[in-house]
Design a protein around this ligand. Structure first.
Ligand code: IMP
Ligand code: MG
Length: 180
């Protein structure tokens, strides 16, 4: 793990190692597998940020009939939420009657989660739960807390393991936080 990384003139310092991330992903995967009510749950991965978490999580869950589909939403510009969630790539899967697990990289204001839960319920999902690698409880302004959480973290801007700063840094294997 690097001591510091910089993007766009901003400096980030280490926060969560790949080993710590792997441990929490395995724990969350176990919780999902135990809480699963159907043979073929549908993971809905929220692009772009959740792609790495979803890949690791789905393999760790070890549910033979699990399926995955993708949706792309965008609410962040730079290091803050615009408060306005744009659907960039629509949901193609038929979710009617399915047990759905939304997979997010991070829940911040809750705006993305609220919009997605509503859309999945309208399309007839049998149940909708959310798994997020990271959760900023102090930023939550709407909706319920996610059912499955890897790490609860303070209100700080972080990057790595899928999370970006203006589309970069998603490829960092560890997670870094913006230096104060
Ligand atoms: P929400 O709709 O405000 O809960 O924001 C959720 C989305 O904002 C996440 O899926 C991320 O894409 C993005 N986001 C929130 N906090 C961070 C952060 O600290 N780093 C990078 N992206 C973030
Ligand atoms: Mg995201």
């Amino acid at each position: 793990m690097e001591n510091e990384v910089s993007y766009g003139g901003m400096t980030f310092v280490p926060m969560l190692t790949r080993e710590a991330i792997a441990r929490e992903v395995a724990r969350v995967a176990g919780e999902i597998a135990r809480g699963c009510e159907s043979e073929n749950p549908l993971f809905v991965c929220v692009l772009n940020g959740a792609f790495i978490f979803a890949a690791d999580l789905m393999r760790e869950c070890g549910i033979p009939g699990a399926e995955i589909t993708f949706i792309r939403l965008k609410s962040y510009e730079g290091t803050s939420s615009t408060g306005n969630v744009k659907q960039v790539l629509g949901l193609t899967a038929d979710v009617a009657g399915r047990e759905v697990i939304i997979v997010e990289d991070i829940v911040d204001t809750g705006a993305t989660a609220v919009q997605l839960r509503q859309m999945l319920a309208e399309r007839g999902a049998r149940s909708v739960k959310m798994a997020t690698l990271l959760f900023k409880p102090d930023s939550l302004r709407q909706g319920p807390a996610p059912e499955y959480v890897g790490f609860s973290i303070p209100k700080q801007f972080i990057i790595g393991y899928g999370l970006d700063i203006d589309e970069q840094a998603r490829n960092l294997p560890d997670i870094y936080v913006l230096k104060q």
